[in-house]
Ligand binder design. Structure first.
Ligand code: GTP
Ligand code: MG
Length: 297
């Protein structure tokens, strides 16, 4: 078992244990009887969402065989391996990172910067969270540790101006990767959501093909509210991919399935802990295998 898979399994233990309790004897014979309800309940409690849970169990029932493997297959069928990240033909890959407060944007950017640096790429990070000096300092620590560079302005500066400067400098100095951090915001805050739309627009003024990707960081423990969060951010910021963090602290790992089912957005990375190695590229098969209890032989 690779260390990634080991960490993933450990990270998803709470979700898996929750589901295991709903799968009597770990045998999904129950799928064909009224006990199928238990499995639906289990999936709903793991935040797969009502509609998807019913559909997964129905699909599993239609397949032959009475083992957990049918459920696994039904999950894999609706969870495509994400396609390639959109990359520029020339110039830096520009990534804008957005999301609700405290979901893990800044730490995730630090981890991504470290990953890119390890691949030998030059990385420039824009400190677009200008609300608090502490936010810039937090980012600076990560950036320095990663061996990346940073664009910052004074506290209270216009985040769109920071984003503009970052992309311009990234282009002028031939960076391989440009990542723009943003302040956390609740999707119902009209003013802050308008500000985010402006950040995106201004990035495109600095370079019309940018940003190449907009990734929303979602806290895996948020529950059903994650659905409206993703809906609204996609509308305002043009989200192209998701990063789901904190899956280690929740029994609700099914939210990943529900978000893919609802929005068809690729999951780019998932976070199963606070350390660097706990942010890992999303692999559909490893994820499903870690989310479900081991099947009967
Ligand atoms: N357990 C766990 N903690 C995480 C994970 N990802 C991030 N965190 C923690 O979440 C907390 C918030 O992370 P930040 O990166 O500051 O979040 P943010 O989205 O930048 O927050 P704001 O800028 O205030 O909106 C930190 O303590 C992180 O270490 C994860 O996958 N698992
Ligand atoms: Mg932050």
């Amino acid at each position: 078992m690779g260390s990634f898979l080991g960490r993933l399994k450990k990270g998803l233990a709470r979700s898996r244990d929750g589901l295991a309790q709903m799968l009597p004897g770990r045998n999904v014979e129950a799928l064909s009887g009224s006990e199928g309800m238990d499995i639906e309940d289990g999936l709903i409690m793991a935040d797969c969402g009502g509609e998807l849970s019913v559909s997964l169990v129905a699909q599993a029932r239609r397949r032959r065989g009475g083992s957990l493997d049918v459920l696994r297959e039904a999950m894999l069928a609706m969870l495509p391996q994400p396609g390639a990240v959109r990359m520029p033909e020339q110039g830096p890959f520009v990534l804008l990172v957005v999301g609700v407060n405290g979901t893990g944007k800044t730490t995730t950017i630090g981890k991504l910067a470290t990953m890119f640096r390890k691949q030998g790429k030059s990385v420039l990070v824009g400190a677009g969270d200008t609300f608090r000096a502490a936010a810039v300092e937090q980012l600076a620590v990560w950036v320095e540790r990663a061996g990346a560079d940073m664009v910052r302005q004074h506290e209270g500066a216009d985040p769109a101006a920071v984003a503009f400067d970052t992309v311009q400098r990234g282009l002028a100095r031939n960076y391989d990767v440009v990542i723009v951090d943003t302040a956390g915001r609740v999707q119902t805050d009209r003013g802050l959501m308008d500000e985010l739309a402006k950040v995106r627009r201004v990035i495109a003024k600095a370079w019309p093909e940018a940003p190449h990707e907009v990734w929303q960081v979602v806290d895996g423990g948020t529950g059903q509210n994650a659905v409206v969060q993703v809906e609204k951010f996609r509308e305002v910021a043009g989200t192209t991919g998701l990063i789901v963090t904190k899956l280690d602290g929740t029994a609700k790992g099914g939210i990943v399935l529900q978000l893919v089912d609802r929005f068809g957005l690729p999951i780019r990375y998932i976070g199963v802990g606070e350390s660097l190695e706990d942010l890992m590229p999303f692999d559909a098969e490893d994820f499903v295998n870690s989310l479900l209890p081991a099947g009967d032989e």
